[in-house]
Write a protein that binds this ligand. Structure first.
Ligand SMILES: [Cu+2]
Length: 180
């Protein structure tokens, strides 16, 4: 927000501004505020205890798809490690934490057992090609532009409700990691 103040100050201190120019300045200021607001929406985040969940997002799925991925970054601002234990959502029958990696030259995906540790003062990113959530047994197809709710449960911080923003099908595609 602070970067909008110089603009506002310019409007106030300009002695020779015509009413038309002053109005233009007001419109520009309003435009800046709208942009700031839009950024806040795009970079949505959720907090629970010492944890911050940044920008949970998913991908739109083609008709008939049974699974969808889920991605976000977890920041741990506390002095003790925590652990993501489970995920649930109305969008699917269940949700699992998965890990992708190359094993013997082949890209594989497997469930992560025992939860995902978030180190003290550190962060963990769930992203295409690495750790990710998998919503399994979709009850409907998430559509681009919508949001769906989910609950993440951590060992220490407890449960937090978040919203996954559904982005386009090709978003950061890389590989089709949810073809089954
Ligand atoms: Cu997966």
């Amino acid at each position: 927000m602070s970067h909008s103040f110089p603009i506002a100050a310019g409007i106030v201190s300009g002695r020779t501004l015509s009413p038309a120019r002053a109005r233009l300045g007001t419109i520009m200021l309003a435009f800046v505020l709208v942009l700031v607001g839009a950024q806040t929406v795009l970079a949505h985040e959720f907090k629970v205890g010492d944890l911050e969940i940044e920008h949970p997002w998913s991908r739109a799925t083609p008709a008939g798809a049974k699974v969808a991925g889920g991605y976000f970054t977890i920041l741990n601002k506390g002095s003790a490690p925590d652990r993501l234990l489970s995920i649930s959502s109305d969008v699917s029958e269940k949700a699992e934490l998965h890990e992708m990696g190359v094993k013997d030259g082949v890209m594989t995906m497997r469930p992560v057992s025992g939860g995902l540790e978030v180190p003290a003062g550190g962060k963990v990113a769930l992203a295409p090609g690495g750790y990710h959530l998998m919503f399994i047994g979709l009850k409907r197809q998430p559509k681009q532009g919508e949001k769906f709710a989910a609950t993440l449960t951590f060992e220490k911080a407890g449960a937090v409700s978040v919203e996954f923003a559904v982005e386009g099908m090709g978003e950061m595609g890389g590989m089709d990691d949810h073809a089954n």
